[in-house]
Design a protein around this ligand. Sequence first.
Ligand code: NAP
Length: 256
Amino acid sequence: MLDIFSLEGKLAIVTGSARGIGQAYALGLAKAGATLVLVDILEDNLQETASLIKEATGRDSKTYGIDVTDSTKINAMVSELIAEFGKIDILVNNAGINAPKPFLEVTEEDWKKIVGVNLNSQFLMSSAVAKEMVKRNYGKIINMASVGGFMALSETAPYNASKGGVLQLTKTMAADLSQYNLNINAICPGFIDTGLLKSSPEREARLQKVYANTPLNRLGEPSDLVGACVFLASDASKYMTGTQIVVDGGMSAVAM
Ligand code: NAP
């Protein structure tokens, strides 16, 4: 591996890493050399990710079964990590949810829940971690957005709004934190084959639309996103901040 992509000696937190894209990110960052802190509301499933990392790299990971909308638990975790490791180099704000529904059926509760997990959590995690990163003048924060952050995917109003918020949060954090040598960027996937997508009603009908509108003519796999994550976590991207990498099989490039 080129040295500029190496994450040897770095400590990386990945939220939502019990499965799906977060699990692939955690494994990819570990293979690039990082020690991993795995965070997910599904505590038991985190062991699966920790085992995959151990198998691939021989390194142990730390696991936290916490809800990323709970600021008390986040702050306690960050304090514990600083006490143990003295630093946090990389934060990947990946945890996210969706519950597709036509706009007229979206309830206030749906809205609060989706925006809470997808957007508020990224503020809470980033705020707690960035306060430590600025003390060392080093840090990489990667926020999971979506093509839904800049395109209107139908029947997902709270999701699209939350991801649009993530893109603006990313830019504003970059504006405020560049003076401390922090790089803050986002990744915007198209449709990736994970539990998030499987949970949508009328999956087949939705998939046919996805294929028809994706030049590469397939769903993405979590592994398709790992390169972008390692790149943004590494010094290969040190002159990038406040921007996004789109990994969508060409979907957002075409009108139909
Ligand atoms: P996933 O397979 O459902 O994995 C997300 C993980 O986050 C799950 O383990 C989930 O646990 C966890 N999580 C949910 N709420 C949490 C909370 N409050 N606190 C801690 N952990 C929580 O989804 P994915 O497809 O990998 O999505 C990962 C990220 O990519 C999300 O931000 C998503 O919006 C984004 N993304 C995905 C796609 C796609 O097509 N898959 C496209 C664009 C962007 P539970 O299973 O218990 O909820």
